[in-house]
Design a protein around this ligand. Structure first.
Ligand SMILES: *Cc1c(COP(=O)(O)O)cnc(C)c1O
Length: 439
């Protein structure tokens, strides 16, 4: 089937996510037929370098033989069984491995990132109820935060375009000043700014802790805010403040987990353990939907009781799906056998060096993740008055075989870790060419 036929059928039958459908009159859909490594191919054989890892989920390339084989093998054994009353080897093995990696345990599964956010918020609220602090019902998050689109997750999200329409349906939550270093005063260093933001957080928590269940935060990088990066000192102070005032710390590592910031999890760079960690996106290498929330023994024990309703009675039909768990196990096996974090360090440094060619463009805040470490998220803000910059950049990039999806004026790369040096050159140089052509 050719591209044109497929995209017309899609426009008639599919309601695409995060999209004003009418805009597809001007900006055509791209029908993808297959993927291989960092490349996506359309039905006419045209290719696109996937610099956004298919919305931040892919880690080891499309058509990855190891993940593919693991799913195939699981498919011959057990495709699915409900997890209430039943268990299976992939979910047990994955839970043990995630516990070892996070220092938390009792993995509770969902299907998407937003469902993980919902699970963590409900668990925190329910914990305080089970421990005779029923007034602790409120949540706080960061200014410009993103935690997903379902009503609970949207309540702690702070992106006006996604949130304002639904305001009457949402829980009240307060937003704390973001430590994103782009918001610092001129001349203020990232660490001093982080400490100033932490002080504002402490002032709020000191006044409101009796009502607060949890603070939910994206550790080190607010990705949806345009790759807003901040100093790990902020997380260290957050952990201390949450401990002092008995407020849970929920780390939403949905986007930054699994090596994106240079360490397996971003919290490691501040040497902290949250009370809850939310994982999804890269967890299956981008193969199947899966999310997980892990928590402390203390939280788990507060639910362990003769009373049914003191238990966590939340569920999703596909909780702990064996195929998704097998993809996650194959993904973790690649981390173990291929020294991924170490080879990413080299690759990250290489990309950072090559990125310098962009500095002849009118750009600000050239950034790479982590202060001590190097990860696999790269971003910069383009100084332009062109209100259509993001859309035009996307369109022109596509015509140059590059999938770039700027967030406002922020151009970023979050490529699969398997990207080669030639592909990096193509990504950097084509990005340079695309931006130059639309300033
Ligand atoms: C993508 C994302 C989510 C939501 O995950 P979905 O799978 O899209 O529901 C939540 N938090 C963060 C930090 C994310 O980047």
């Amino acid at each position: 089937m050719n591209n044109q036929t497929l995209l017309n059928r899609s426009l008639k039958s599919v309601w695409h996510p995060c999209t004003q459908m009418k805009q597809h009159e001007t900006y055509p859909l791209i029908p993808i037929a297959r993927g291989d490594g960092v490349w996506l191919y359309d039905a006419d054989g045209k290719r696109y370098l996937d610099t956004v890892s298919s919305w931040w989920v892919n880690l080891f390339g499309h058509n990855n033989p190891r993940i593919k084989d693991a799913i195939k093998q699981q498919l011959d054994t057990l495709e699915h069984i409900m997890l209430a009353g039943f268990t299976h080897e992939p979910v047990v093995e994955l839970s043990e491995k995630l516990a070892k990696l996070t220092g938390l345990g009792h993995a509770f599964y969902g299907s998407d990132g937003a469902s993980a956010t919902e699970i963590a918020l409900k668990m925190s609220f329910h914990y305080w109820r089970n421990t005779d602090k029923p007034n602790k019902t409120k949540f706080i998050s960061l200014q410009n935060s993103y935690h997903g689109e379902t009503l609970g997750a949207l309540s702690v999200t702070d992106v006006a375009i996604f949130k304002d329409t639904y305001a009457p349906l949402l829980m009240q939550s307060a937003q704390m000043p973001s430590p994103d270093f782009r918001l610092a005063e001129a001349g203020e260093d990232a660490e001093a700014f982080a400490l100033r933001c932490a002080q504002a957080l402490e002032n709020h928590v000191a006044a409101h802790h009796a009502d607060l269940a949890a603070f939910i935060i994206e550790p080190l990088i607010q990705c949806a805010a345009g790759m807003g990066m901040y100093h790990p000192t902020y997380l260290r102070r957050v952990r201390e403040i949450c401990n002092e005032y008995e407020v849970h710390l929920i780390a939403d590592e949905i986007a930054v987990g699994f090596g994106r910031t240079g360490t397996m999890f971003a919290c490691e760079q501040a040497n902290i353990t949250p009370d809850f960690i939310c994982l999804s996106k890269g967890i299956t290498g981008g193969y199947l939907p899966l999310s997980a929330v892990l928590t402390t023994d203390k939280v788990y024990q507060a639910f362990y009781d003769n009373s049914t309703v003191r238990g966590f009675l939340h569920s999703h039909s596909y909780t702990g799906n064996p195929l998704a768990c097998s993809a996650a196990l194959a993904t973790l096996a690649i981390f173990e056998t291929d020294n991924v974090l170490q080879s990413n360090q080299e690759k990250s440094k290489l990309i950072q060096a090559k990125m310098q060619v962009l500095t002849d463009l009118p750009i600000k805040h050239l950034r790479t993740p982590g202060v001590q470490n190097t990860g696999m998220i790269f971003a910069f803000d383009v100084d332009t008055q062109n209100a259509q910059f993001a859309k035009q950049c996307y369109q022109v990039a596509v015509s140059h075989e590059l999938l770039l999806r700027p967030i406002g004026n922020t151009v970023y790369w979050m490529p699969p870790y398997t990207i080669s040096e030639d592909e990096i050159d193509f990504m950097v140089n084509t990005t340079h060419q695309v931006i130059s052509s639309i300033l």
